[in-house]
Design a protein around this ligand. Structure first.
Ligand code: IVH
Length: 705
């Protein structure tokens, strides 16, 4: 079964002090889940589990009203607006919906409405029933029919300005057509991704070695909240309109008519929505939609009932976070019981150890499930999942099935707590939980430190090694690397540099292999040869040490000067105390947590072997300080908009190589703003603040590139 309404949950017997403690504990948990959901787009609990916690808070507040303060999660909507986007104050707040979990809850909603409006039971209440789309809500402001701004919900009052990103969605009209378009209207609706598109995106993410999204909703959120609209445009997103905020005038008296207006204006509304003469008709529609749910191309998690008459909506108004005139009738999560017979640890291409529950196959909502994700080790600990347990599995909108809980009554005797491995099951290297440099807390994910030697990761690492900002070897992409690995030609970076020599003696030289010919093979060997000598920062960056991107690789190269000094420094710093450790920590921008992560890499003997073997083949050039005479040395530069001649990381690296400091936002300290195509708020801010604005061409000229 899905969440039940708290059968009081023992609340009645709590003293006010106990209740306050319980409330604080659950509120903190809910806040943490909100953060993971809204800020990281990576929830760790199912919606049903979240709802259960939320309902418990509400039950506590009902019994102990003093707990219902403004800071309680029950009084707030969703997440905060994050850094990186300009903030937008909604003209009218973007609210949430109250949930109903069964028919009785829905009937209570109607009773409340009748009571509030003073309507006898004979007075009919027409409703609109609409699918509850599982995406993220957005607000589109149209002035004189033109789209002028698009925003996420944020905390309901202030959201993020994602206008450019929303503009890339084909369903979002640039102009509203037809008659009676109000001078101003905030159109509200849901941005979502279809299931097939979500699967394709995840396959692509995986191929590129990037993190997969948990479900279509997170994928939609992650795609809409991209700082680069080109990325949003490359993801397939859709939009359904279902409400409005501020409006200069309303050309209708009912919600249903408004939805029809939306359609004539060119705003897509959901085709399954229905005008229902009473609550029984609406409930019947809910059952029908629930049973057809799996056949829909996108995820929905319930049906929303809205009181049709707008004058009644007006009178009913709002309670804290949600309107009194609407309710979301949530579907039951599709669940089943089965036995967990093993917990397998899979190692992803980026080294993440993921526990997977191996289940006795069971049908959940029409699909046979034999694997379920356990997310990470904290999750196993929290749910105390053990091999041999009977568990409840769930598919709730999410494509990947989840373990909801253990049926402890059915636990066999002599089970043992699961011990999460601390070494990688693929290569045997240490697997560690890093401290997240931003939060100072251990990461939820345990990772293999075997990077370049771990078979699960090596292809991804080699791909990084030859990539543009690293060794930049022309003619070697992911496909070629994968093939070289499978043919047994390249297992570690150093192998690339012995390839030509080995090829001469080989029975099947490269030019005779699939996809290669005389010219392409010779070209590749030349390209590899051209990298026998490389700058120290590229050498370090190419190793793919976690957290060591281009900027940190440069800092390390700058500080140590030579590969020899760098490796000696890493060795000497290993005890994590003493001069060498201090030196590493003292590098501006590195810090203790990052330093620890770097040392984890160099403490792994396999990794050192790889580096030494590489150093035999390749010369890492000593670091040369950028000339102080550079025209931008010591200047602070901000890049904004789309650059044509270089990528952002490239622009940043080049600017830094010339001694400039690259900042993410415009301030009084900014010397130059380099504005590419479609530059947005940063450009406006720069102009307002009188900061020098350069085109990309002007910047290239200034820096003599
Ligand atoms: S109406 C003032 N209608 O569900 C009422 N919301 O849990 C505003 N949602 O924030 C919401 N489909 O993101 C409404 N047909 C629908 C919906 C819908 C999905 C989302 C929306 C809202 C959340 C509340």
């Amino acid at each position: 079964m899905s969440r039940r309404k708290p059968a009081d949950g023992g609340i009645g017997s709590l003293t006010p002090i106990e209740a306050a403690a319980e409330h604080a504990r659950i509120a903190a948990e809910v806040e943490e889940h909100n953060r993971r959901y809204y800020d990281e787009n990576a929830p760790t609990v199912s919606d049903a589990e979240y709802d259960a916690l939320f309902e418990k808070l509400k039950a506590l507040e009902k019994r102990f009203p003093a707990l219902k303060s403004a800071s309680s999660p029950t009084q707030k909507v969703g997440g905060r607006a994050t850094e990186g986007f300009a903030k937008v104050s909604h003209r009218k707040p973007m609210l949430s919906l109250d949930n109903a979990f069964d028919e009785a809850d829905v009937r209570e909603f109607i009773t409340r409405v009748r009571r509030f409006l003073g309507l006898e039971s004979a007075v009919p209440i027409t409703l609109v029933a609409e699918p509850k789309i599982d995406g993220l809500s957005s607000s589109l402001t149209y002035e004189k029919g033109r789209l002028v701004q698009g925003a996420t919900r944020g905390d309901g009052q202030v959201g993020e300005d994602v206008t450019q990103n929303l503009r890339t969605i084909a369903d979002v009209p640039e102009t509203l057509k037809g008659r009676n378009v109000p001078k101003l209207i905030e159109v509200r609706g849901e941005v979502y991704m279809r299931r097939d598109e979500f699967m394709a995106l995840n396959a692509a993410q995986e191929k590129a070695g990037r993190q997969r999204f948990a479900n279509p909703r997170n994928a939609a959120a992650g795609s809409l909240r991209q700082l680069d609209p080109a990325i949003t445009a490359s993801r397939k997103l859709h939009f359904f309109a279902y409400a409005w905020g501020d409006a200069s005038e309303l050309p209708a008296d009912t919600h249903w008519e408004m939805m029809q207006r939306f359609e004539t204006w060119g705003l897509p509304t959901n085709p399954l929505s229905k005008h229902c003469k009473d609550i029984d008709t609406a409930l019947a529609l809910q059952r029908k939609i629930e049973s057809d749910r799996a056949k829909l191309p996108y995820d929905i998690d319930g049906v929303v009932y809205k009181i049709d008459r707008l004058d009644w909506q007006q009178r009913l108004g709002f309670v804290s976070r949600s309107p009194r005139w609407a309710v979301a009738h949530k579907f039951k999560a599709e669940q089943a019981e089965t036995v967990l017979h093993d917990i397998e640890i899979q190692v992803g291409r980026t080294g993440a150890l993921t526990p997977v529950a191996k289940l006795t196959p069971v049908t959940v909502g029409g699909v046979v499930v034999s694997n379920a994700t356990l997310h990470n080790e904290d999750e196993i600990e929290r749910k105390d999942v053990r091999v041999g347990d009977t568990v409840v599995v769930q598919r709730a909108g999410d494509v990947i099935p989840q373990i909801v809980r253990v049926v402890t009554e059915k636990r066999p005797k002599r089970t043992q707590k699961f011990k999460f491995p601390v070494t990688c099951p693929v290569c045997g290297s240490h697997a560690v939980r890093e401290i997240n440099p931003k939060t100072g807390k251990p990461d939820a994910v345990r990772r293999c430190t075997g990077g370049l030697t771990c078979a699960a990761q090596v292809v991804e690492r080699l791909r990084h090694f030859v990539s543009r900002d690293a060794f930049d070897i022309d003619g070697l992409g992911e496909k070629q690397i994968q093939a070289f690995f499978e043919w047994g030609l390249v297992r570690s970076p150093a192998d690339l540099f012995t390839l030509a020599k080995r090829d001469k003696k080989s029975d099947t030289p490269l030019k005779e292999r699939d996809g290669w010919g005389e010219v392409s093979a010779a070209k590749l060997f030349d390209a590899i040869e051209a990298r026998r000598s490389i700058s120290l920062d590229r050498f370090i960056y190419a190793l793919g040490v976690r957290h060591v991107g281009q900027a940190n690789a440069r800092l390390l190269a700058m500080n140590y000067g030579s590969l020899e000094r760098f490796l000696a420094g890493m060795k000497a710093a290993r005890p994590r105390s003493g001069d060498a450790w201090e030196e590493l920590n003292a590098i501006g921008g590195i810090g203790e947590i990052l330093a620890g992560a770097i040392l984890d890499f160099f403490a792994e003997p396999h990794n050192l072997d790889v580096v030494r073997a590489l150093a035999k083949e390749v010369t890492a050039e000593d670091f040369v300080q950028p000339s102080a005479g550079s025209p931008v040395a010591g200047k602070t530069v901000v890049f904004t908009g789309t650059l044509v001649s270089m990528t952002r990381p490239e622009a940043k690296a080049k600017a830094e190589a010339l001694g400039a400091k690259v900042a993410g936002s415009v301030s009084k300290k900014t010397d130059y703003v380099v504005a590419g195509a479609d530059a947005g708020s940063k450009l406006t801010k720069a102009r307002d603040a009188g900061v020098a604005v350069l085109t990309e061409q002007e910047w290239l000229k200034l820096t003599g590139s």
